[in-house]
Write a protein that binds this ligand. Structure first.
Ligand SMILES: [Zn+2]
Length: 54
């Protein structure tokens, strides 16, 4: 199932985007995360929880 991308503001990167499923940083607008999650970029959701940078 496709889920909306998560975004978070980072002091160094500015707006950064993360997989809504595994919370991994996505650097190049992948349509599908490595975990298998399909991602919708049309309606980003703010996320304030913990994320994974690598
Ligand atoms: Zn993922």
């Amino acid at each position: 199932m496709v889920k909306s991308i998560l975004w978070k503001y980072d002091s160094e990167l500015g707006y950064a985007y993360f997989c809504p499923s595994c919370k991994k940083f996505l650097c190049s607008h992948e349509e599908k995360c490595k975990c298998g999650q399909e991602i919708d970029y049309s309606d980003p959701v703010q996320y304030k929880g913990k994320v994974k940078w690598s």
